[in-house]
Structure formats: C-alpha cells, structure tokens
Design a protein around this ligand. Structure first.
Ligand code: BGC
Length: 809
C-alpha cells in the first residue's frame, strides 16, 4: 500500500507514544521475549483487533494493522492459524443469531431498527476449540467493542469474561512459561476469574498501528509505561449507587464519590486502582521536597530506575483535605508528572506544581467554593493506593475562594454520604507548612456580562438571515444525512457546517468534523457542482447497514452515498487514526497529547476542516457507558489536562479549533436524547464541569458542544445557567457554543421533550446542529412571536461570525 509522506510521518509519531498508552497490570518476569519465536496467539482480538469504538468516534482509517499481521511482520511464527480460522466460523454463526435477535428486540420495543441497534454489541460467543501447547510462548487477546447509542452490559462476553475465555486463559497460563493476557478493550472488564495470571497487559485500542506496537512491546523493543485512568475492579466492587439510569431519569446518588474517590473513601481495594501500572523495570521514589509559595504547592521528587530495563514512571500527587462541615473523598488527584526514558540505574527529578485553591470544595448551601480549615495532607506515589503522606499544610481559618450562584435547578433527591474509613498514622515527622489566608483572593463572579457591541454586518441581517445563522447548514434530504456523515458540501464525510446561505455576504461556512480518535472524514469522494459527496464507509457504519433488510439497506446506501456519475473523478483523503481517548489518558503524557493534537491540526489544514468535534471529556462515571472509550478518565483533573494539551496542539495551527464535548453529564447512552441526569450542584461542579473549566482556562478551545441529555430537568443546550452563567461569566469562556447533533426524532413514549432550536438560542447557545428546515422555521417563528429577542439572536450570530472570520479568512 502506498502511503503519502504526511501519512508516514504522522503514523510514526503516533506509534512512538503507543507503548505509553499500554498498562502492564501483572508481570512475572517472563516478558519481554528474547526473540520472535513460535507463538500461539488466541482470542478474538488477534484477527478481529479493535482499533477503537463505533459511531462518530470511529475514524475511517486508510488501513489497520491487526495483531495477527503485526506479529507476523515482527517475525513471529504463529502456530494458531487453525484456531483463528475456526474462531471466525463460530463468530460468523453467532453474529447471524445476534442480528436476528436485535431485529426481534427492536420490533418488540416498537423502535426503529437503526436507532435501536446503534452501537449494539454482540457479546463474545462460547465455543470449545483445541489449544496447542507446543509454541515457545502464548498470548490471549481478549477484545471488546462498544460505541455511540448503546451502553455496555455486565454480562459474560461484555463486562464479564465468558466461560470460554476464562477456561482458555487459565489453561494457557498453566501450560506456558511465557504467557501474556492482552486486553484489547476500550475500558475495564472484570478480571477476577483470571486474577492469578502471571502477565496481563491493557493494550487498549490504539488505532491503525496497534498490531505493530504490541509486537514491539512483547519483544521489549519498547516498554509499556501507562497508568490506569479509571479503576479496574470486580463488578460487585464498584459503587452500587452508580447505576446507568432508567429510560428517563438517572440519579447521581453517589455525588462526588466517583471512581477512586469511592474506593479509597470506603476503604475498598480495587483489583487495579486508578493510577496503577507496572513496567518491565522497577522504580523507587526518593524523598520529596515540598515547598509552598502563596497558595502554590510544589513537589520535587527523584525517580530512580532500580531494575534492569529502560522505562518511564508517573509520579502522582494526591491531597487529603480536612473534613469540617463538608464530607469529602479520601483524596483528590492534584498533579502528576511523567519522567523521560530512564535507563537502569539512572534518576530524574520531576516537579509537580498545583494551586491549592483548585482543590476547594463546593458548599451548595452557601453557593461558595471553600477550603475548610485544618490539615491538607500532600501524598506522593505511583497510584491512588500506592502513595504516602509527604507533607502537611495547615490552614487556620476557612477560605472562600469563589462566590457563585446556582447554575442548574436544584436536584430532587438525596445523595449517599460515605464516611472515610482510612486514617493516617502519625504525621509529626513530616514537614509542616502553614497556608497564609492572605494568599487567597476571593473571586466574586459578576453574572451581568458587559453589553456587547454587535457588528454592523450582523445588525444589517434580516430576521430570516439571522435565523439561518442560528442553525447548521441543512440539506433538503433531511437530518439523518447530517448525523451519518455526509452533511458538509465542502469536505466529504465531515459531520456538518454552518450555513452557506450568507456566503456571498462574507459569512463563510465553518466545517466541522468528528473525532476524537483522529479526524473523521470519508476516505473516498467525488465533487460536482453541489459540492463533495462521500462514498462508501464515510457514512453509515457497516454494523448498522448489516441490520437492515436488503431493500432498506439499498435505500439507506443510496441516501447516504451517492453513486458517482460515470466520468466522476474519485478522490481520496486519509486521516491518521489515533489511540482512543482512554488510551491517551493512560499515557499520562501531556506532550504526547499535544503531539496528537498537532497531527490532527495539520490534517485539518490539509483537508479544510475548521472545527474538530473533539476532544470528548465526559467522566467515566459508570464503567458501562458505551462511549467511555472516547472519554479520558474517571477523574476531572486528568480529563481536563488531556483535553487542554490536545487542544493546544490543534490550535497551534492558525484557524483550527477544537470543540470540547459533551457539556455536560452525558454519562450514558441509553435514551441519550431524552435522558435526564439528576445531579447535586456540588457533584456537578466538582466532578462533571471541572475538566471543562480546566481545559478552558489552560487552552481556550474555540468551540464547545453541549450534550444531548437534560440536567435536573432542563436540556443542557437550553440552559442559560450552564451557558451564560457558568461558561461565559464564571469561566470567561469566549468561544462558541453549539448543540450536539439533534435529529428530527420524536420523544414518543419518553418523559422529556426534545431540545428545540429556539430555546437553545434563547439560552445563549450559538448554533443548533446539524440543522434542518424545521429547526430554522422554529427559530424564525420564535423571533416573530417575540419568544426570543432579536438582540439575543444578534449576540449569538455575532460570536459565530467572529469565529468564522477568524478561522476562514
Ligand atoms: C455525537 C457527537 C458527534 C455528532 C456529529 C453525535 O451523535 O454525539 O459526539 O460529534 O454526532 O457526528
């Protein structure tokens, strides 16, 4: 296959960081292998390797090197070809039965099969195929896929392992001296039944180069240096309150006790805690030197490679805050730093700096962020459980760091409170420091935003033109097209763009394309006088097409992928596929995130995309959320830092911007358009909004996408409290706010209504996406009837025009 120079360069840069995204969970010293000998490679992921999840987060890569190919290229002789062939047959049979079942279920639920089946995943089948024990070494690649539209399930073949997998993994581990269990999954699976296995590697889903990257690691040409960004535990051990909701309502009863905040507070040890990851070598941390300057804490720690292999380590700083009136999790991550590549015996000192004000808790009763008086224990280590107190910082009086007002309606339920069960032993030998209350300047937010001067071009627009500015470009063919990726006349396969109606008047459309695992465009397209037309896989995912009846499939294909005229020139465009969000977070390497952003930015330059619909930084609240693979972590600090670094990489390219999404509390796929997340304002601010705020502060993303869900009874896209008060007043956010891709579907049988373009505009939302005739009519009618003011539409349009000028001219 011929690759262009930019493709080669981008792939090489991506590949360099892939071992950093892999997390070694267990090791017994039998890896890396000395040479690529005879290898028995089993499991679904060897041939059906999963490069990333499904839906809009799936990147249409030029090619993918699966694990089988990657191992062969590296010189391994695979002795398991027969097994792999037979597995293919079992899988094909299971798939047939699964499709039948899904269609039946959709009919029974009275649902459209496309909507019902979106992201639906076939659980791994059970089978019994003979294993061969004559190789030099063996691996078992267990894979799982998930995606937009459906959540994962705690059943065998999905979150749980199947009997077949458990049997085969345990047998291989018993027979082989060199056996590695490789997890090609987008998130955790319950590893309890195979916990005793000697070597376990979270490969994750790493894009096109994954097969090669795994071969490198097995052979010790590179080493895994990732750390979990989400807790891996037995299913029974996760917080029982963190349920994916019913159809209509999801109650976030666990409050701030998400992920490790729950495990550490209640004193439960997860199988593999947040922040955990081994290496082929070992490290030791020297004494740390903690200093305090005003409210800024700095921790300098020397890391030494004490083993016999090269590698990298991640130092993590956690803080245990005092509990006075507010109950708090045992600890919060406050900072981290990754070393460079350390050779055996060598050392590096890393310095981690953070502002203690960023750890303030939110007191809902008083609507303030505050630091309670008492001892702040600074803990340093290499995971959330493997850390120890390094210094004590005392605060003599309460500090209010910020005064705000309520941004969402009050939640109508009671949260569960968890008592801390851990306590620190004698801390008297540690360095003690005193925080000076004068070091803090309390912020009082002014919610009355200064009146904007509206540009004369916007003032001159007719009501109709203003209404066009408020919705995305729509084609006569309707909303479905927009969602499945054929909605931009300017760039084939882009997810949408702003209106073209005013192009003659100097308002250029801004083109938006999905991510986050790269730039999602169509690989093949042709152009005619109407614009670009995506061909083939640029549009509807094959998995969904599979589920349609033959005639329906034909119609769908025709609708989404126009047949090129006979003499049309078929052109190609290839985007680099990146590791999924969760894998990137596992690298804990902000330079790598920046580098990936730079790759995306340069491909946006090349293909003419202005806004990337990524990064996605929703919180891994439940391990079952179908889109977790796109998101980073259960921790808002890690999420915000990663999103900021990748944004900086993209936006280093003039005229290219990120669209951080989905704002906010979009934590399940079940009934995603109409589900209502019920959250206390404290949990909302401390967990679900915090990463967005951090990314805005550090990287100033040009755009933001609201989520589909409602929050305490109101669509996030229609929430003035979230858009105007939180984003614009509290965070000084100056970018544009667009909706997620709201389709023209009905809320039949659902408790809550669809988000409406007029209410979005009235709340200060700038763009209703992807846009349709009905949405446009809706805005115009609302304007004519006085439901929305012309002034508000002008302000929204002003922001859109300013950005469009910045990125298109
Ligand atoms: C997804 C978004 C995506 C948009 C455009 C929606 O269904 O939720 O993440 O950016 O489609 O493709």
């Amino acid at each position: 296959m011929k690759l262009l120079d930019y493709e080669k360069e981008h792939m090489n840069r991506v590949r360099e960081g892939l071992p950093e995204c892999m997390v070694l969970l267990k090791k017994n010293g039998s890896f890396p292998l000395d040479e690529p000998g005879r290898l028995a490679a089993y499991g679904s992921g060897v041939r059906h390797s999963i490069k990333g999840g499904t839906g809009s987060g799936d990147v249409n890569a030029h090619f993918t090197v699966n694990i089988e190919q990657g191992l062969k290229e590296a010189g391994f002789e695979l002795i398991s070809a027969d097994w792999l062939d037979h597995y293919d047959l079992c899988r094909a049979t299971a798939k047939k039965a699964f499709r039948k079942e899904i269609k039946k279920e959709a009919r029974a639920a009275g649902s459209n099969v496309i909507m019902y089946a979106m992201g639906a995943v076939m659980p791994e089948p059970e089978y019994d195929l003979p294993l061969d024990y004559s190789a030099d070494a063996a691996i078992y690649v267990l894979s799982r896929i998930s995606g937009e539209g459906s959540d994962r399930r705690a059943v065998p073949g999905d979150f749980l392992l199947t009997e077949t997998e458990i049997r085969d993994i345990c047998t291989l581990d018993a027979h082989y001296d060199h056996f590695m269990l490789v997890l090609n999954t987008g998130g955790p699976v319950d590893l309890t039944p195979v916990e005793h296995v000697g070597n376990i590697l979270v490969l994750s889903q790493l894009g096109t180069e994954m097969g090669r990257a795994l071969a490198d690691v097995l052979l010790g040409r590179t080493v895994p240096s990732g750390k979990l960004a989400t807790t891996w535990a037995s299913w029974e051990d996760y917080c029982p309150e963190v349920q994916l909701g019913g159809i209509d309502d999801t109650y976030y009863r666990e409050g701030v006790y998400v992920g490790y905040r729950y495990f550490d507070t209640v004193g439960k040890r997860a199988l593999y805690p947040f922040g955990f990851g081994l290496s082929y070598t070992d490290f030791s941390l020297g004494e740390s030197r903690i200093t305090l300057g005003g409210s800024t804490v700095s921790a300098a720690v020397t890391v030494t490679n004490t083993g016999s292999f090269f590698g990298k380590e991640v130092v993590q700083v956690y803080v245990t805050a005092p509990e006075v009136k507010l109950q708090k999790p045992w600890q919060d991550l406050a900072g981290f730093a990754k070393t460079g590549n350390l050779m055996p015996g060598s050392s590096e000192t890393v310095t981690i700096t953070f502002d203690i004000a960023d750890l303030a808790s939110f007191d809902e009763a008083r609507q303030v962020y505050c630091l309670e008086p008492g001892k702040y224990i600074i803990r340093i280590g290499t995971s959330s459980t493997d850390n120890k107190p390094a210094a004590v910082i005392s605060l003599s009086e309460e500090i209010i760091t910020k005064k705000v007002h309520a941004i969402v309606p009050k939640a109508d339920f009671t949260e569960v409170q968890y008592e801390r069960t851990l306590c620190d032993q004698d801390l008297s030998a540690l360095p003690h420091m005193e925080l000076d209350p004068a070091a803090f300047t309390p912020v009082s937010v002014n919610y009355v935003l200064p009146t904007k001067a509206i540009s004369p071009e916007i003032k001159a627009l007719s009501d109709e033109e203003l209404a066009y500015m408020a919705v995305g470009h729509f084609s006569d063919k309707g909303g479905l097209l927009a969602v499945i990726g054929n909605a931009s006349p300017h760039v084939a396969g882009a997810a949408g763009e702003t209106t073209s109606k005013l192009t003659g008047q100097g308002f250029n459309p801004m083109v938006m394309a999905d991510g986050p695992a790269g730039l999602r465009l169509a690989k093949e397209f042709y152009e005619d006088e109407k614009g670009m037309h995506a061909l083939g896989a640029g549009s509807i995912p094959a998995g969904i097409l599979d589920l349609l009846s033959a005639p329906l499939r034909k119609i769908a294909k025709k609708l989404i992928s126009s047949k090129p005229p006979k003499n049309a020139e078929i052109r190609t465009q290839y985007c680099t596929s990146l590791p999924i969000g969760t894998a990137l977070a596992q690298s804990w390497n902000l330079n790598y995130a920046h580098a990936l952003g730079d790759i995306v930015g340069s491909e946006m330059d090349r293909f003419g995309v202005h806004l990337w619909l990524a990064p996605a930084l929703n919180i891994h609240r439940s391990v079952l959320c179908g889109r977790n693979f796109e998101y980073y972590s259960e921790d808002p600090f890690v999420s915000g830092k990663m999103a900021a670094a990748i944004t900086q990489g993209v936006q280093a390219h003039a005229g290219r911007g990120t669209t951080i999404k989905h704002f906010a509390a979009n934590n399940q796929e079940l009934n995603r358009y109409f589900n209502n997340s019920h959250i206390s304002e404290r949990a909302l601010r401390e967990i679900y909004l915090k990463g967005f705020a951090l990314c805005i502060r550090e990287a100033r993303p040009l755009a933001l996408m609201t989520s589909y869900n409602l929050l305490n009874g109101r669509h996030t896209s229609e929430s003035r409290g979230l858009i105007e008060d939180y984003l614009r007043a509290e965070q000084n956010y100056t970018g544009i706010v667009m909706t997620d891709w709201v389709m023209n579907i009905t809320n039949l049988g659902k408790a809550y209504a669809k988000a409406r373009a007029s209410r979005v505009a009235a709340a200060g939302g700038d763009l209703f996406m992807p846009g349709s005739q009905a949405d446009y009519d809706h805005v115009l009618t609302a304007l004519k009837s006085g439901m929305i003011t012309r002034r508000q539409l002008e302000e929204n349009a002003h922001r859109v025009l300013a950005l469009s000028k910045m990125v298109t001219q």
